[in-house]
Design a protein. Sequence first.
Lengths: 149, 466
Amino acid sequence: MDALVKDLENFEKIFPVETANDTTEAMNVIDYILDHGHKIGLVLCDHVLPGKNGVDLLIELQKDEATAKSKKVLVTGQAGHEDTILAINKADLDHYVAKPWTEQELQEVVRDQLTDYVIENEKNLLAYMQILDAEKLSEEMRKHKMTDH
Amino acid sequence: MKTNSKDLVSILIGVIGFIIPFFLNIPGLSEAGHVALSIFIIAALFWMLEPVPIYATSIMVILLQVFFLSKQGVLFPEVTAEYSPDSYTEFMGTLANPIIILFLGGFVLADAAVKYDLDKNLTRILLKPFGSNPKFIILGLMVVTALLSAFMSNTATTAMMMTVILPIIAKTEASDPLRIGIALSIPFAANIGGIATPIGTPPNAVVIGALSNQGIDIAFTEWMILAGPLVVVVLFFTWLVILRMFKPETDTIPTDFEGKFQKNASAILVYVIFGATVLLWVTESLHGIGSSIIALIPVTVLALTGILDKDGIRQLPWEVLWLVAGGISLGISMESTGLAEWIITNIEWSIFSPVFMIIVFSLMAIVMSNFLSNTVSATLLIPLALSLATSGAAGEGFSLVLISLVIGVSASLAMMLPISTPPNAIAISTGTVKAKHMTRSGFVVGIFGLLMVTLYALFYWPIILN
């Protein structure tokens, strides 16, 4: 967990990282974030969690309107066939990261997913140019008929 | 609707500003002029403080004029000695003013070009001859950006060029000033390139619209002949400034500009229409068909062929058209009520030389548009300049077209701050350029621009116009 947070510190300026050790804690953290008027861009979730299954958590988040648009990534070493299929079909899983991951790989996945998230959900893309995929964001702005005034 | 307390205060200030003239009796200003002053004040305050979007203010301006100043409005149903009210259709009609239709054509063409990646591929093809020397790559980037932004929006061009330069920047050393130079060259070239044609950028539309209300029609070609040479000189100078301030350390940049033109039937049709329309525009002086009439051709053909579909129509940047229409509309009543003339007759202009006034108007336009929208700056200044010229208060040598050009061109020469233009904001957002770099180089370009506008207004434009 600490390693994961450290790998993602580049994003913290705009996307603070919150962690949880099990699904109950995760739900509390998510509620806390949403209650304070913030949005959740990305959920990185292990498959095996104490208590509930990680895939079930993702499915639950997909059902909730407030987190349906959040990008969902499964980070796991041992998700079986069925769970993976379930995650894709029911939780609209966006990406799958196999353990052990490299720092670069994880950062790339997070950058891609968050870029997609802001393109789909945010209006002012300029704010994300420095941290996310600037080329992709520019391409999006080009297509969105930005105008002079 | 989200409003914070700052916005509420701005709205309050605007409304108070609107009410005040109703309780004043300003000598020398007609009753209708008082009302026009009210509308001018609330529009100017809203445009400057921006408690509401600038296009919303524009549409409000049209409504207020219809309500209070038109023949069908509540205050002036009769023609009197001091004010003969325009019909409400005059104000509403600005939404379909020929210059608005010209812009509509430009938008539709640009959209089609983007949809079929014509802009991207054209850029890559055009960049090839500039080789791999950083100096010439920057020149190439600037020339291509300026060329495209003359026909597309400066902002869309900048966004597209970012996709070209970001990979180049990624390949250079983090400490190389070249990165800053490249990142600055794009917004600057886009701002400058917009000056080159009537459809390049909205301030040009404000100028042309205002002049056409005076019965003066500027042909597409004529505008290009007037503004083009200035664009070339300022662009070249800006290149030198960038090279000097941000001297590249590396002497070669690996580039691979591969253009892959789409070859399906729709894409080819778009290329043909794009080429044909631009060709017809730039040859207006040969065939004499007005550019706004030509602008309807691509709109029609693209709609008939389904390339411009319902969604495409809905997504056109209508707010820019509203913005410009409101500006033109404001000019109408400022003229007809005598407000503009009253403002300028309060100053003894004849003691100033034409050169001085050209510099004053150019400087005002540059300063204002560094902080405000370029279109708004042009809109606020044009009516004053027009009455100054038509009233004869400024004496000989101060021609209507000349001073309008000065304002229109100068409004696009402001590029000192990230907020000056949307292209500047895009460049800053990449993090490669810092605001101080932009301010330093933008200042030099602005001063040079001011100098060039003055020289062109004194020596070149009069030759073309007479």
